[in-house]
Design a protein around this ligand. Structure first.
Ligand SMILES: [Fe+2]
Length: 293
């Protein structure tokens, strides 16, 4: 997950998009220059492993009919649900499949550091796990969100390439002052994306797949607007950080996502800046919506 680097420039720790001045959770004192750190697996307590298991089991029980097949098939690569995985063991399995690895970070990290890691096919995973009182909802991404939500699809070759391309695009967006527009693409695909399949709508976004309630809401509820994937439409659309999304964007395939985001974004950023922003949940005149599954 990305943090905004404005606060870093002021000499304090990074903050999340839209979270104001609250410092991020996590111990940044052990982080290296690229924000990675050791996982310190032996420091997890039995209660923390058990919390991970309960979170894992709650989500795994909901996947059928709501998560995309690629995700469901790859979850097993995380290993036994009884304990928080060792990142080095997981990385060995992942590297063999798609040449990605997971690396530990203290928590949210600045945008540029995040993009640089993705561009090198290294996925940053938060080391700490939420407390038992946060079982249903945690504000910042923890080890469960990062692992369960994000890592399974890194075993998919096309999605894995998309993530690397996103990182490379992010480094470029930083130079073009377009990170906010690009962050919306991450939000509406990697975090909250839906995919149309022959069996119906399915979720592939990590924010959905690691959420207790949003998985069913995103696929089945009649409330939110579901809009066919459109790059400029996404970059114009605000998002919600403190409730279920009121707009989801639907892709047809991971290849569509990869192909649509392959061109140089420079003229696209320019075009988007000329157009008004769109509120989360708003539907444009004449827009085709996709029905709940
Ligand atoms: Fe995430």
């Amino acid at each position: 997950m990305i943090a905004n680097d404005k606060a870093v420039n002021r000499g304090v720790a990074p903050v999340t998009y839209g979270q104001g001045e609250r410092p991020p959770r996590g111990d940044y004192s052990t982080a290296r220059g690229d924000y990675t750190c050791d996982q310190n697996w032996s420091a997890y307590t039995a209660q923390e492993h058990d919390l991970y298991r309960r979170l894992y089991e709650r989500q795994a029980a909901q996947l059928e009919g709501l998560a995309c097949d690629e995700f469901t098939a790859a979850v097993k690569h995380l290993g036994a649900p009884e304990r928080i995985p060792r990142f080095d063991e997981l990385s060995n399995r992942l590297y063999r499949q798609t040449r990605w690895e997971v690396v530990a970070v203290p928590g949210l990290i600045p945008e540029e550091a995040f993009f640089a890691l993705l561009a090198k096919r290294r996925f940053p995973v938060t080391g700490w796990i939420r407390g038992p009182e946060e079982f249903d909802y945690v504000v910042e991404p923890d080890v469960f969100h990062d692992l369960f939500g994000h890592v399974p699809l890194l075993f998919d070759p096309v999605f894995a390439d998309y993530m690397q391309a996103y990182g490379a695009g992010g480094l470029k967006a930083s130079r073009l002052d377009a990170c906010e527009l690009l962050a919306r693409l991450y939000w509406y695909t990697v975090e909250f994306g839906l995919i149309q399949t022959p069996q119906g709508l399915r979720a592939y976004g990590a924010g959905i797949l690691s959420s207790a309630g949003e998985l069913r809401h995103s696929v089945r509820s009649g409330e939110p607007s579901r809009v066919p994937f459109d790059l400029q439409r996404i970059m114009r659309t605000r998002y919600k950080i403190d409730s279920y999304q009121s707009t989801y964007f639907v892709i047809d395939s991971f290849q569509q996502l990869f192909d649509a985001t392959a061109p140089d974004f420079t003229p696209i950023y320019r075009a988007v800046r000329e157009l008004p922003e769109i509120e989360a949940g708003a539907v444009l005149p004449g827009e085709r919506l996709i029905a709940a599954s």
